[in-house]
Design a protein around this ligand. Sequence first.
Ligand SMILES: [Zn+2]
Length: 307
Amino acid sequence: MAFGLSLVARTKLSGQGAVLTFHGLCADGAPTGVLDSSLHLPVSVFRSVCQHLKKTCEVLPLSEMVRHVNAGKTLPHNAVAITFDDGLGSNYHLGYPILKELGLPATIFLATGFVDGTHPLWFQEVDRALRARGASTAELFAKLGQLKRLPDAEMRAEVAKLTADCAAAHPEVTLPMRWDQAREMKASGLIEFGGHTHSHPILARCTVEQQAEEIRQCCDRITAELGAAPTLFAYPNGGPTDFTADTQRLLAEHGFEASFTMMPARLVSGLTTQALPRYGNPTSMLEAEATVSGAFELLKQWRGGAA
Ligand SMILES: [Zn+2]
């Protein structure tokens, strides 16, 4: 039944692409040590999703999909791109071996200060501090929701207060990759790297000067470590109110050919280059099929049409 719908969707929505977003991966059955495990997909699920994509889709480098879209061309049938946000070490330890084995390309968007080891991801710091206090996942989400609405400087001050007396260790799943690991992945020709700011602020909560500085530092660090300036960008948090017209202008000025949100939709020609859609990571093979085939979109359209 589900696959019947996806077959219809694949036919109706041909020429459209899907971009998937992953964050970290974790060993099967091992405790992650974080309150929000949703950002760390068990490696066996990642493997089955990748195997399914290899069998049923054309997995392309994201830069190639962007070239098609920016040139106003139709995407190849069943075009899919795999992306990872933040620069977690598990991308290298657990994800890269699978991608290499299956010959699948992927793009990793780096928060460069995180990879440098100078700017821990603030939401992971909140997770660590709240977990140490015995908070629940629901309490973490409520706190993060509140923090994400604050201007960046206020949010940072709040996070500093929350984490000041926290001596808990950093769980392994939250550790960044190293630059030499990024270089190794890049040299394989399979993995490309994009920008994701330097300290992972929600850009719309920053001043324009701060936004420019975040984008500049991110470009500079990637250029220095990986030998070429990034041309693709992913917005932290990625919602419609998480970036502004200034953000898009600054990204274009820094040479970014495309920027990706977390707004779920098909990738087609003619969309705003600095606000392209992406889907969250599928948590099962069936969800992967529904996402990449466009079955979810078709259902939305039918429901919209019926309303
Ligand atoms: Zn991120």
